[in-house]
Structure formats: structure tokens, C-alpha cells
Design a protein around this ligand. Structure first.
Ligand SMILES: C[S@@+](CC[C@H](N)C(=O)[O-])C[C@H]1O[C@@H](n2cnc3c(N)ncnc32)[C@H](O)[C@@H]1O
Length: 227
């Protein structure tokens, strides 16, 4: 087996497989499914797919082949898809193998390696292929405070995950060869309510209007309505 770069990250996901991490709310699932569009045929790679939960929910159709790739076997073993335990930076697939890559809450687990990851994705995608994903927004103040490298960083996060700057992702995608980069702001739903969510949803949310609503979502809060 290939040597994994991310030993601590792997250990985290081998032992914290039921831990506290983000999932899509039902509303956002619908949104992400719209991005995917009418996908009824083809080969799909669920990269950093964990237990394959995202691809299972998003692509609940027969006739497509889904490969779930992850560092952690403890996560993968719950996946009903074809399982591949590997490092996403060294994809064990030939060029032009997939029509769609789903990177669900994943790219932000490889800080500083995004370009390498995107190159690998580009290599294994067919020319008409697409990559779709979602990550915590690196421009969001709350993410900057509690997810970045500083004393206030919360220990619920895995060792390598950091919020991802959407502009960096846009630039790197272009460098690697992807065209037509699109971004949208959606909300993560946490199993446990954070104090920010309570302030946001219950106290400020009902009174926020127009631009203020947008501002809250983009720059401060984690889980406001999408803009
Ligand atoms: C937040 S979980 C997301 C799992 C899944 N995509 C979902 O939405 O439920 C992040 C996953 O990335 C995996 N991971 C982290 N670094 C990786 C790497 N270098 N190569 C492959 N998988 C990796 C972890 O093992 C973990 O399962």
C-alpha cells in the first residue's frame, strides 16, 4: 500500500468516524443536486468520500458507477460504493476515467495542496467532466477565528482542515485548466447547534434584511440562508 502523507488526519478519521462534522441540510442537498443536474449515466468519483454519504444522497440513481475514495478504511467500510483506500493526491486511476467528481466537505482538508489535488482531479476527469464540491468559507470571520491556526481554534476539527478561500480555489482551478468556475454560498448544518447559530438563527436572523442578510451570511455567520 502507498504511504499516506497525512498520518494524523488519517488517524483522526480512523478513530473519530462518528465525530462531529458538517453535513448538508436538506435544503442545500436540493441546491447541490441542481448543480449536478440530470446525471443518469457515467462514472463518478466521490473524493475524500468518507462513508459515501454525499454521493449516496445526491446520486440515488441506478446505472451509474460510483467510486468512493478515502484515506480512512473506518469511514469507507460504511460506503455502499466501490471502495478505494488511497491518498487523494495520488489517485490510483488512469487519465480520463470519470465524468463527475464530488468533493463533499473535502478540499479544505488539504491546505496548501489544493493545486496538486486539482491537477489530479483534472487528470482523471474526462474532457466533458466536472468537479462539484463544498467547503467552509475562508472569508467567513467565524471560520477564520475558530477553524484557522490560532489559540481559539476548536478541537472538533480534524488536524488538517482549514477554511478554504473561494478566490484561491477559483485561481487555482483556472491554472490547472478548469474553465467555467462557479461559486455559491450555501449553509452547513451541524449536528450540534453552535452558539453562533443560535444567535444568528433565533436572535438576529428574523430581523436581518436585504444587504445585512447577505453580509451576515458571507462574512460572519456559518449557517444563514443562502444568498
Ligand atoms: C469531512 S469528511 C467528509 C466525508 C464525506 N465527503 C462526507 O461529506 O460525508 C473528510 C474526509 O476526508 C478524508 N481525507 C482527508 N484527507 C484525505 C486525503 N489526503 N485523501 C483522501 N481522503 C482524505 C477523511 O478521511 C474524511 O473521511
Amino acid at each position: 500500500m502507498k504511504k499516506f502523507y497525512y498520518t494524523k488526519e488519517k488517524e483522526f478519521w480512523e478513530t473519530n468516524r462518528d465525530s462531529y462534522y458538517s453535513v448538508l441540510s436538506r435544503k442545500d442537498e436540493v441546491e447541490v443536486m441542481e448543480w449536478i443536474g440530470n446525471f443518469s449515466r457515467g462514472d463518478v468519483l466521490d473524493i475524500g468520500g468518507g462513508s459515501g454519504a454525499a454521493s449516496k444522497k445526491l446520486l440515488n440513481v441506478s446505472g451509474i458507477w460510483i467510486v468512493c475514495l478515502d484515506l480512512s478504511y473506518a469511514m469507507l467500510k460504511h460506503s455502499g460504493h466501490t471502495k478505494v483506500q488511497a491518498d487523494a493526491l495520488l489517485l490510483p486511476f488512469k487519465n480520463n476515467s470519470f465524468d463527475l467528481i464530488i468533493a463533499a466537505a473535502f478540499i479544505h482538508h488539504l491546505p496548501g495542496q489544493e493545486c496538486k489535488l486539482l491537477k489530479e482531479c483534472y487528470r482523471v476527469l474526462r474532457s466533458s467532466g466536472r468537479i462539484i464540491g463544498y467547503d467552509p468559507n475562508g472569508s467567513c470571520i467565524q471560520n477564520k477565528i475558530f477553524m484557522s491556526n490560532n489559540l481559539l481554534r476548536l478541537n472538533v476539527f480534524s488536524p488538517d482542515e482549514r477554511p478554504l478561500d473561494p478566490l484561491l480555489l477559483r485561481d487555482l482551478s483556472g491554472e490547472v485548466g478548469f474553465s467555467n468556475f462557479k461559486k455559491k454560498y450555501i449553509s452547513f448544518e451541524y449536528r450540534q447547534k453552535t452558539i453562533f447559530q443560535i444567535i444568528q438563527v433565533l436572535l438576529i436572523g428574523p430581523f436581518a434584511k436585504w444587504k445585512l442578510k447577505k453580509y451576515f451570511h458571507r462574512w460572519f455567520l456559518w449557517s444563514m440562508r443562502k444568498i
